[in-house]
Ligand binder design. Structure first.
Ligand code: ADP
Length: 496
């Protein structure tokens, strides 16, 4: 039955570019043969089937033009005209009847030719388009197969329609086509928490309509070894904005992760090893300083003070390195307690006054405000923001520090009128080891760890840290505008 339907449905044959002449020839001969039998043996009246023969020929011409193109249509037209001539000849048409028969045959012949040309031409155009699309699809499939990352493509409803070889290798199993995303999935973890089927990036992209970029997921190999993956997914829309498909890209970042872990282990070990001798050095230097304090040898005392300052700086760097490594390994612990943040800020300012380069540290915010957190770590954040303000602004300027209560939280701000930070850097400066490199601005010493540590400390206290800059825009001598000054803010929830 299906085969018969296949023969009868011309649409199914769109895209097939072999235009057979044999089939229309055979079928038209057969049909006209059957028609002749009906005329002669069944109706006994050869003229009564004239209109029926015309309708049937229209159907035949349209069908074969659609099925086998212009050639099929023209061939059927020729056979039909031949059949009409045969009828006029065998039925002994004469006089008016013959004239009418010839006219009808000519008019129908022209109409049939035109129909064959138009429908046949359309069919051939559609064939070319379908062919081009099939070529495009094959090319895309070949590219997807060759990509060095895992690729999964779904239809608009989330049914997997294609997965390349690489995704099978990465996931360690065959990605079966026909699976629906978000229904069943491999056991995996994200930030140490089990990933549910709906949390895989493809399912997430379908649920939220937004792309998921670089979600890190850990799975376990069949041999029990951890595999780190970076998965991105996004929906694909047509011109009208409707979802037509979705795609996900999976990258195996296990080697990179293991390398990072080894590097973090090394930094952790090295900073631990450096910490002990540095502490002893600092103690010896303090003892020496006490001894030489009253001596007349001012040069030696100056050298000693310099060595002490550099040792102190080295100690701070090692402590920052240790903090970064603790943050990376999730080992930064907090001793939380209730304390007055206004007092802590004012005490921190007092301890930092000595290091400012003639900058005035101005504090406003005398109302008592209590927060719950690690006092030392919050002190570290305030110190970092104020030392940065001192470091990145010129001598003789003011640094304003404010503490104020706003809707269930406290906001601490540190404002300077220094070099400022362009908008594109506002997020990046809080990244690990990130420093702004502006060729026009002189470089300041540092490793880009302070703001990263501060951000992590504030985040782990359920707070937020951000920057506004520049806060002043100045016109230079050449007429160009330049921004200056920054305000760093951090917020913490109040004690309830
Ligand atoms: P660093 O040790 O380099 O100061 P941070 O993490 O504290 O590291 O700061 C990261 C970068 O942010 C700095 O290199 C600097 O470019 C920029 N930055 C931080 N504070 C300020 C500020 N008050 N004014 C201008 N730029 C700043």
């Amino acid at each position: 039955m299906k085969r018969i339907l296949n023969y009868l449905n011309p649409i199914i044959h769109l895209g097939e570019r072999h235009h057979s002449i044999f089939f229309p020839l055979l079928a038209t001969f057969l049909i006209w043969g059957i028609l002749e039998s009906i005329i002669v043996y069944v109706t006994k009246n050869p003229l009564s089937v004239g209109a029926y023969a015309i309708y049937l020929s229209i159907v035949l011409v349209v069908y074969f033009s659609f099925r086998t193109g212009i050639r099929g249509g023209l061939l059927t037209t020729a056979l039909t005209i031949g059949y009409f001539v045969y009828i006029m000849y065998t039925r002994n048409f004469s006089g008016d009847q013959l004239r009418a028969g010839i006219q009808t045959t000519i008019i129908l012949g022209l109409i049939f030719c035109l129909t064959s040309l138009i429908i046949g031409w359309l069919k051939e155009k559609i064939d070319v388009l379908i062919d081009q699309e099939a070529d495009e699809k094959r090319r895309l499939q070949a590219i997807i197969q060759q990509l060095p990352v895992g690729v999964i493509i779904t239809d608009r409803k989330g049914k997997i329609v294609q997965g390349n070889r690489h995704v099978d290798t990465i996931l360690g199993r065959k990605m079966r086509e026909g699976l629906i995303v978000g229904q069943k999935t491999i056991s995996a973890k994200h930030k140490n928490k089990q990933v549910s089927p709906a949390e895989w990036p493809l399912a997430q992209a379908f649920n939220t309509g937004k792309p998921v970029i670089g979600k890190e997921i850990t799975i376990e190999n069949s041999d029990g070894r951890k595999k780190h993956l970076q998965v991105s997914a996004s929906l694909i829309h047509n011109k009208r904005g409707e979802v037509i498909a979705a795609a996900s890209i999976t990258n195996d970042i296990t080697d990179q992760k293991e390398m990072e872990e080894r590097k973090d282990d090394f930094v952790n070990m090295a900073s631990h090893e450096l910490k002990t001798p540095l502490t002893s050095m600092k103690l010896y230097l303090d003892a020496l300083h006490n001894k030489l304090k009253k001596s007349e040898d001012k040069t030696t005392l100056k050298i000693l003070l310099n060595v002490k300052n550099q040792t102190q700086r080295l100690q701070e760097l090692v402590n920052d390195l240790l903090d970064v490594s603790r943050l990376q390994t999730g080992k930064l612990n907090f001793n939380k307690e209730e304390f007055r943040i206004d007092t802590l800020v004012s005490e921190t300012i007092d301890s930092l006054r000595e290091m400012s380069k003639n900058q005035e540290l101005k504090y406003s915010g005398k109302t008592p405000i209590k927060v719950y957190g690690d006092k030392f770590r919050i002190y570290q954040v305030i110190t970092n923001l104020i030392t940065n303000a001192i470091k990145y602004s010129p001598e003789g300027t003011d640094i304003l520090i404010k503490v104020k209560k706003v809707e269930g939280k406290v906001i601490v701000s540190v404002q300077d009128s220094g070099i400022g930070i362009v908008k594109e850097q506002h997020q990046k400066i809080f990244n690990r080891l990130y420093q702004v490199t502006d060729p026009e601005v002189k470089t300041f010493p540092g490793l880009g760890m302070g703001l990263y540590i501060s951000k992590e400390i504030v985040r782990r206290h359920k707070g937020r840290i951000w920057v506004e800059s520049p806060i002043l825009v100045e016109k230079s001598a050449d007429g160009s505008k330049k921004g200056r000054g920054s305000i760093f803010y951090f917020s913490l929830p109040l004690v309830k």
